[in-house]
Design a protein around this ligand. Structure first.
Ligand code: BG6
Length: 511
């Protein structure tokens, strides 16, 4: 992550003074959706914003029986469709000439020797100088194999002044044990500074802005603790169902898919202690420290403080949508959860007695990701014995997506002779202020990987800390199947138990 103190409107032009050095990106799983929808459009955006080196190439690798020409054509149409920026034929032609395709199975040693030869040619042709970014955009079943085979072909070994980095997509493991095993395996071959465990939430501008908001300003941090904050609510709500991913989702479920990764990224940025400098390892140590301070959930906690749900048929935006159990590749009696809510406590000095309520799910009434921070009421009510019967609640809300901004809700005197207090809102809207900034969210992450900045990537201990927190939930849910599924109609805010979870503390969900 490049932080530049400048007028942010000029961020792209500041960065264009420092595109990464020469390199090639090798995408494993190149025929998949991620490549078409996110990776190629991101690389193309980077080219438009002068964030790619002139000496550059892309190699796509997958099992699909196509050749380089067909791959280039395929990517031309998908990039036209998914690039967040305008399609510019001149830039695309530059780009297209640097795209290559290699067909093969990920477990076939021959593929890696072919890849080595192709890379040597690409180095000669495009001056990429032996700097390689391997992007593992495959199913998690192949992560280990690819790294192992690539290392057997010596592709992971950089000569002096070269680099070899590996981006590993999510899911990184399916529980604590498997994540630990995977870390161990990768680390037998690679150094930690070659491994970039990606979580695309960290590529979102508004997520990165949490750090700037907290630590780049003097006015908020002094109130950022249990003296002033009553509770924190993190909501990641989606209107979509499982779409075409029923097979994957049946095995994963909502908890694994969203909580130890995306939700905990938001939680750690909101709640971590200030790092002493903006160094990747210092920042990441603070994040791990925070996640490790979450009070471990006991068996009883899982029952009282964690709620799971599964959507039944219902309506989204006035349109009927099917229930989860009738989605493609989903078992008709599936017990997979599509909704999770929980209350977590953080056992450190800053957050003592401040509950953190997390809620995420599919087929909820609106797509929104936001963090609502509720401040405590004033210690005494100055206006007693007046017409003011109650004070307005003070919320700071960080809107992560799709609306991007920050708002502050507070009470103001309603004009007139009577003393009345009403709620008002101060809004900062990213778009109003900075204008639209078309991006897929992957540009920053790919750029950072090319320049060797791991701040926005998960270190081995970050990932394991997240799994450690949710492991007791996985265990209880695995052994005790839900009896009330499906328990919320699509288009509602999840099961009633999610409301009870917060209402019993005398609080309400902000949205
Ligand atoms: C992915 C999950 O990691 O994140 C999906 O696998 C989910 O199930 C998606 O829909 C949400 O990402 P975003 O950026 O749309 O909030």
């Amino acid at each position: 992550m490049t932080m530049t103190v400048t007028n942010p409107i000029n961020l792209a032009s500041t960065l264009c003074e420092m595109p990464p050095g020469p390199c090639a990106i090798i995408i494993f799983g190149a025929a998949g959706d991620l490549t078409k929808r996110k990776l190629l459009p991101s690389l193309y955006n980077m080219r438009l914003n002068k964030l790619l080196p002139e000496n550059f190439a892309v190699i796509g690798l997958s099992r699909a029986p196509i050749n380089t020409d067909a791959f280039r054509e395929d990517l031309t149409s998908s990039t036209k469709e998914y690039a967040a920026s305008r399609f510019d034929a001149e830039h695309w032609n530059w780009f297209k000439e640097r795209i290559y395709y290699l067909q093969g199975n990920f477990d076939d040693a021959k593929v890696y020797s072919n890849l080595g030869e192709l890379l040597a040619n690409v180095d000669r042709e495009h001056g990429t100088q032996g700097n390689y970014l391997f992007y593992l955009a495959t199913s998690e079943d192949y992560f280990e194999t690819i790294v192992e085979k690539a290392s057997q072909a010596d592709l992971h070994k950089a000569l002096e002044n070269q680099w070899r980095h590996f981006i590993i997509e999510k899911p990184f493991g399916r529980d604590l044990k498997s994540a630990h095993e995977l870390n161990k395996k990768l680390l037998t071959v690679l150094n930690e500074n070659q491994i970039y465990r990606i979580d695309h939430y960290l590529g979102k501008e508004t997520v990165q802005n949490i750090l700037v908001f907290r630590f780049g300003n003097g006015i908020f941090e002094p109130t950022w603790n249990h003296h002033y904050i009553d509770n924190v609510q993190i909501t990641v709500a989606e209107t979509v169902g499982v779409e075409a991913r029923g097979g994957f989702y049946e095995k994963a479920g909502n908890l694994r898919d969203m909580v130890p990764n995306h939700m905990f990224q938001l939680l750690s940025f909101i709640a971590m202690e200030p790092p002493t400098c903006f160094d990747a390892d210092v920042v990441r140590s603070k994040k791990t420290e925070l996640i490790n301070s979450i009070r471990p959930l006991t068996y009883e906690d899982v029952h009282t403080n964690v709620v799971r749900g599964q959507y039944a048929a219902g309506e989204i935006d006035g349109q009927p949508v099917p229930g989860y159990r009738t989605e493609n590749r989903v078992a008709p009696d599936s017990t997979t959860e599509t909704f999770t809510a929980m209350k977590l406590m953080i056992d450190n000095w800053r957050w003592v007695d401040v509950p953190f309520y997390l809620r995420t799910g599919k087929r909820l009434p609106k797509r929104t990701t936001e963090i609502a921070i509720k401040f405590k009421s004033p210690p005494s009510c100055l206006f007693r014995n007046t017409t003011v019967s109650s004070l307005v609640e003070n919320y700071l809300i960080m809107h992560i997506q799709p609306h991007e901004g920050i708002s502050l809700e507070f009470g103001a005197k309603i004009p007139g002779p009577l003393l009345q207090v009403g709620p008002v809102q101060m809004d900062f809207d990213y778009q109003d202020y900075f204008g639209p900034s078309p991006s897929t969210g992957y540009e920053t992450l790919i750029y950072d990987c090319m320049v060797g900045d791991q701040t926005l990537f998960q270190r081995d201990d970050n990932v394991e800390a997240g799994w450690r927190v949710v492991q007791p939930i996985l265990d209880v849910w695995q052994s005790e199947k839900p009896k009330d599924f499906p328990n919320y109609p699509a288009g509602t805010w999840g099961p009633l138990a999610a409301n009870k979870l917060i209402n019993r503390d005398g609080r309400d969900w902000k949205i």
